[in-house]
Design a protein around this ligand. Structure first.
Ligand code: BES
Ligand code: MN
Ligand code: ZN
Length: 504
């Protein structure tokens, strides 16, 4: 459709694999070019650091949590003192963060080594190795399509373990590698410019990466969407010269322990449509309005390799939202997949329109829980900022499972009330409902809109409008489009238990 002078691969970081290996200290000293050495606050550091407490303090290094100091060295890998603070209460999130600080302290070193120190951190060897792998690989991930794009930023991560710990460390490292690879895919997709990553291209990527990870992938084009009555996705697509795509992904383990539907908002670019957005900073980020779809696709690529026992069906709802002579007009009425008519009072409230069709489709097959994820409302960014996602739903057990999964992977989600009295804000005089609530409680009215399409089945909605972008890097989190939700959905699927009558 589009002809652009120099096109590029939308998912460049997935083209090279970082080697993650569990090795002896001797091997690490021979091969690595930087070695992390954890240092507790106010305590003599381990001998392999090559300096003592006084030496560290003279350089201003106190061992404060997250502090790093690179120690130059004539031979062998440079030593990087990594402050772990006071010993004591810790969890995998801290290990992940500290490993990320280490990786960021030596940005030009290609072979990094870290010793397993799980006892000091109160986590298992496997969890330690997994957290370290995620932290290092994600801190060193980058999306770059300029001149030196071919150079992998990181070649290998060597995890130093004793013979006794090797097997557990290998299991953890492999899990970490799988999770980090999935997250990298999510980030690549969210960062790829919208003209390069059209809905058609997104579907092509889904076929490629989905196929390679054992998923069944079906792509639905415009004619098929017309035949299926997907009036929401088609309505939003009307202003675009790029055709829409719906992608359905299926992960089907042998004896599934539960059935999940995941639905991702795939607005490849959200200009607002006829209700055009101002050309501000927020508009400039709208290539990432498909982060929900990216998180669904990316998370599903990890399910087989992580041994997920639940069956998962994913829906990616992909189109641009553009103004043009053929675009939706304010006051137009769309008929959605489930027959509901919607009066469009603001074409910038497009996410809920494309999600509605997929929610309706998901209810048409047996399913234990439906989870949708979307960069849905600016109100959610205002409420929670960029570090916490919002969650709402009709089933406390599903909401709670999402909350716990988010906590455990450090992608936090916090519940807002799905207060039904606000439903009246969506009343239309000529159709079943409008797509626009009032100016207040925008995240809640958006969720109430979505609820109309789930036919009372257990459902939760995750609003990632805030967390989809970060203004500055922090530990393993990257600047720019974050791909938030990939780890959350992986963990949710791995731990999933079908809800019973709404109990947590
Ligand atoms: N994609 C936006 C939401 C968004 C805003 C995400 C800022 C990230 C940062 C969504 O499609 C949108 O425009 N929502 C409107 C809804 C309103 C018109 C009811 C909003 O939040 O202003
Ligand atoms: Mn919008
Ligand atoms: Zn949007």
């Amino acid at each position: 459709m589009n002809t652009i002078p120099r096109d590029f691969d939308p998912i460049p970081s997935t083209r090279y694999q970082v080697r993650v290996a569990v090795v002896s200290l001797k091997q690490a000293a021979d091969e690595a070019d930087a070695l992390a050495v954890p240092v507790a606050a106010g305590v003599e550091p381990p001998e392999e650091l090559g300096t003592d407490l006084a030496g560290l303090e003279s350089a201003g290094f106190t061992g404060k949590r997250g502090q790093t100091l690179v120690l130059p060295r004539a031979d062998g890998p440079v030593r990087v003192a990594v402050g772990i603070g006071e010993r004591g209460e810790t969890d995998p999130a801290l290990v992940r963060d500290l490993a990320a600080e280490f990786a960021r302290a030596v940005p030009w070193h290609r072979k990094l080594a870290i010793e397993v120190a799980s006892e000091g951190f109160g986590v298992s060897v496997a969890d330690f190795a997994q957290a370290v792998t995620e932290g290092v690989l994600l801190a060193r991930w980058r999306y770059f399509v300029g001149r030196d794009a071919e150079q992998p930023p990181l070649e290998s991560l060597l995890i130093v373990a004793s013979d006794d710990d090797t097997a557990a460390a290998e299991i953890g490292a492999e899990r970490g590698r799988i999770v980090a690879t999935a997250c990298s895919l999510g980030r690549d997709l969210a960062n790829c410019p919208a003209t390069t990553l059209s809905a058609v291209r997104m579907a092509e990527v889904a076929v490629e990466v989905g196929g390679a990870s054992g998923l069944e992938v079906e792509v639905f084009d415009k004619d098929q969407l017309i035949a299926m009555g997907c009036g929401g996705l088609l309505g939003v697509n009307r202003g675009s010269v790029e055709p829409p795509r719906m992608v359905r992904l299926r992960y089907q383990p042998a004896d599934p322990t539960g059935r999940i539907a995941l639905i991702g908002k795939g607005i490849m670019y959200d200009s607002g449509g006829i209700s055009l957005k101002p050309s501000d900073e927020s508009h400039a980020q709208m290539k990432n309005d498909m982060t929900g779809a990216a998180a669904v696709l990316a998370s599903m690529t990890a399910l087989r390799d992580l041994g997920c026992t639940a069956a998962v069906t994913g829906y990616l709802m992909c189109t641009d939202n553009m103004p043009s002579g053929s675009a939706m007009k304010l006051g137009d009425v769309l008929t959605m997949r489930n027959g509901t008519t919607v009066e469009v009072l603001n074409t910038d409230a497009e996410g809920r329109l494309v999600m509605a069709d997929a929610l309706a489709l998901a209810t048409e097959e047996p399913v234990d829980a439906i989870v949708d994820i979307a960069t849905l409302t600016g109100a959610c960014l205002r409420t929670f900022g960029v570090e916490i996602a919002g969650v709402m739903g009709n089933n406390p057990a599903v909401v709670e499972q999402l909350r716990r999964a988010g906590d455990s992977v450090d992608e936090p989600v916090w519940e807002l009330p799905l207060h039904r009295s606000y439903r009246s804000q969506l009343e239309s005089t000529i159709a079943d409902m409008t797509n626009m609530g009032g100016i207040n409680a925008g995240s809640i009215t958006a969720a109430l809109f979505l609820e109309e399409f789930v036919a009372g089945l257990p459902w939760a909605h995750v609003d990632i409008a805030g967390t989809a972008q970060l203004p500055a890097p922090r530990t393993w989190r990257n600047k720019g489009a974050t791909g938030f939700g990939t780890k959350l959905l992986i963990e949710f699927a791995l731990r999933f238990a079908a809800p019973k009558d709404g109990a947590a």
